[in-house]
Design a protein around this ligand. Structure first.
Ligand code: SAH
Length: 260
């Protein structure tokens, strides 16, 4: 059997607890029709996914050593050998919906979430293990210290559940931090009630200087306009997703006829 040496630069921490692996797999909703696993590694989740006849299953793995191991262990696996971040999802799935599962490589978890957001209308559910603090951040509600860019952008389109915490001791090699499993379920919002490009810019600009009031942090978007509305006295962590939508509309009104 091929040996897979854990590679740090690929965020490789292999889960060793089979019960936890099963709990992760069972967190997918029962009506799932197609699943993509990101980073199967040595296949601890894969072994529970591959024999489920209820859905079509594929996996994407960047490490060729792990790829060789997986092909030997699971000859029937539909394995895409490459980088999820560069993967052409349309080529693989066409217009069909698919859900995502994985013990994500932690060094690229934000990029994974941004790619999911870009393809949100095709991705009904995501079950992902990430660093505990990332899980807390994406699930955080406004008013919470960890609420940030990914919380707002993901919560605009997904309901986020923090499912359970996972100790560093059930990985080989153990990561430095605790982990947590989260579930993202697509909500019914097709389009935000505002200019979506400006929404993303507003959220990012506001949280870039999160300790400042919006009046100060959003100066780059105000083109010198002075603002008196009370919302500008707030700091970004005080705003719900809907508040950010109202704020975006307000900014668009104020800067109308000016290029943004
Ligand atoms: N699912 C396995 C491995 C998790 S470690 C387990 O739970 O034990 C993260 C895995 O993601 C590794 O196998 C790593 O090689 C893979 N990986 C890292 N970057 C990737 C990328 N950009 N695209 C696809 N897989 C990647």
């Amino acid at each position: 059997m091929i040996q897979v040496r854990a590679k740090k630069h690929l965020g490789q921490h292999f889960l060793t607890d089979l019960q936890i692996a099963l709990n992760i797999v069972e967190s997918l909703p029962s009506d799932t029709t197609s699943v993509l696993e990101i980073g199967p590694g040595t296949g601890v989740l894969t072994q529970f996914l591959i024999n489920k006849s209820q859905f079509r299953f594929s996996a994407v793995e960047i490490d060729s050593e792990a790829g060789a191991y997986l092909k030997e262990k699971f000859p029937s696996l539909h394995l895409i050998e490459g980088d999820f971040l560069k993967m052409n999802l349309k080529k693989e799935f066409g217009e069909q919906p698919f859900s995502i599962i994985g013990n994500f490589p932690y060094n690229i978890s934000s990029q994974i979430f941004f790619k999911i957001l870009d393809n949100r209308d095709q991705i009904p559910c995501v079950v992902g293990m990430v660093q505990k603090e990332v899980a807390e951040r994406i699930a955080a509600r406004h008013g919470n210290k960890t609420y940030g860019i990914t919380s707002v952008l993901l919560q605009a389109f997904y309901t986020i559940e923090y499912l359970f915490t996972v100790s560093e001791h059930v990985f080989d090699p153990p990561p430095k931090v605790k982990s947590a499993v989260t579930r993202l379920t697509r909500n019914s919002v097709k389009k935000l009630d505002c200019n979506e490009t400006l929404f993303v810019r507003t959220v990012k600009t506001a949280f870039n200087q999160r300790r400042k009031t919006l009046r100060n942090s959003l100066k780059p978007l105000l083109n010198g306009q002075s603002v008196t509305e009370p919302i500008f006295d707030l700091r970004p962590e005080q705003l719900s997703v809907n508040d950010f939508i109202s704020l975006t509309n307000l900014l668009e009104e104020k800067t109308e006829n000016k290029t943004i």
